[in-house]
Design a protein around this ligand. Structure first.
Ligand code: PLP
Length: 396
């Protein structure tokens, strides 16, 4: 029998803080009553700084990040439109598959899983698009499968450098609320998030922020949509409600989670995520392991994907952690299955939790036959957390 606290070190859903959990224990309420707006409006207002926007309108879509992916496409584009996207991990691959399934003409730039969005190549393709056929560029800000963060601001520069007016769609599902996201400054037109990662809530809401340009594009978009009708949802939000029965408990939770984020201060939240990630990366390097991220410069502050040594099946490491130590790590996705496991370090997390993650990873790796020195990872992370060391270069 497993005893004690189950440790959740997957990159979402993340730990829901106790006060957020308590905030959701409320009686059912009338979502058509005028006072429902008093719950919804602070949530929408509290999300805006987290998305780095004053200009965008935000819609809460019952569903998850995937629903917001779909809504971004079907509310602004038309079948046959050309879109440009990099494929460098499971989530960028899935978004590309969805775009194809919705009838878009998807120009894909394939790069290594472990590399970020190749901005120079994006710029080259935009520059070559003499007739302005590319209607949107899709970027996965934080590729959760590989632990790689891409430079969205640089993609905006690429668009501007080519005087290209394609829309910029960004998946911020595992970045928004944990690392800086500057929707207005980066000229992002559609930003996608979900409730269950940096926002520390249960899954159940896809969150979509639409810029004025995206809202204008809605006028000329005629793709079939019904449940995920952004115009209808924004109009309902304006009136303080939803188009249909909303997950009210989740809104109470989100309001409490946003209060937490703003009380800590977004800058402090981002700094904490960076510090914790540096500790985890130092621990991984001290164990002699490589990350999937090919360079520390774009290693994610929310999730680290770790390659297991040759001959060690990452699935076994994950299974040992789960069955012996009541601890959950993320699996390797797609071609990384069996080759990598992931430590999620986002949301409501502190140093002690990261040390636990590294300690259990050491025990599980050793039990799976990997030649790791027990304590080496924890010690390296402690030196980072004590402010005594810089994170060493990652071995790749
Ligand atoms: N995009 C990224 C980067 C993700 O990490 C995920 C889920 O982990 C998704 C999209 C899909 O989101 P959801 O599982 O909330 O539908």
């Amino acid at each position: 029998m497993l005893t004690g606290t189950a440790h959740l070190f997957i990159p979402g859903p993340t730990n829901v803080p106790a006060d957020v959990q308590r905030a959701m224990i409320v009686p059912m309420q009338d979502h058509r009553a005028p006072e429902f707006g008093a719950l919804l409006q602070p949530v929408l207002a509290g999300l805006k700084p987290v998305f780095g926007t004053r200009e965008a309108q935000i819609a809460l879509l019952p569903g998850s990040g995937t629903a917001a992916w779909e809504a971004a496409i079907t509310n602004t584009l038309n079948a046959g439109d050309k879109v440009l996207m990099a494929r460098h991990g499971q989530f960028s691959a899935l978004w590309a598959d969805m775009a194809q399934a919705m009838g878009l003409q998807v120009e894909i730039i394939d790069v290594a899983w472990g590399a970020p969005c190749p901005v120079r190549e994006v710029e080259r393709r935009l520059g070559a698009d003499r007739h302005g056929e590319i209607r949107a560029v899709f970027v996965t800000h934080n590729e959760t499968a590989t632990g790689v963060t891409s430079d969205v601001g640089a993609v905006r520069h690429a668009l501007d450098a080519c005087f290209h007016d394609a829309l910029l769609f960004v998946d911020g599902v595992s970045s928004i609320g944990s690392i800086p996201f500057e929707m207005d400054q980066w000229g992002v037109d559609m930003a996608v998030a979900g409730s269950q990662k940096g926002l520390m809530c249960p899954a159940g809401l896809g969150i979509l922020a639409a810029s004025p340009r995206a809202l204008a594009a809605m006028e000329n978009s005629h793709m079939p949509r019904s449940f995920l009708n952004l115009r209808a949802m924004l109009a309902a939000h304006e009136g303080g409600s939803f188009c249909f029965t909303p997950p009210a408990q989740l809104l109470h939770g989100l309001r409490a989670a946003l209060t937490r984020l703003h009380s800590e201060g977004l800058e402090n939240v981002f700094a904490r995520h960076h510090r914790l990630a540096e500790g985890v990366r130092a621990g991984v390097a001290a164990l002699g392991l490589s990350t999937v991220a090919e360079h520390r410069i774009f290693a994610s502050d929310t999730v680290t994907a770790i390659r297991t040594p040759h001959g060690i099946d990452a699935r076994e490491v994950i299974s040992i952690a789960r069955t012996r130590y009541n601890t959950h790590f993320g699996g390797g996705l797609g071609p990384l299955a069996g080759k990598a496991f992931r430590i999620g370090h986002l949301g409501d997390l502190n140093e002690g939790m990261c040390l636990t993650a590294l300690g259990i990873a050491e025990l599980s790796l050793k039990a799976a036959g990997a030649p790791v020195t027990l304590g080496a990872g924890i010690t390296a992370a402690q030196h980072i957390f004590a402010g005594e060391a810089q994170a060493p270069a990652l071995s790749i």
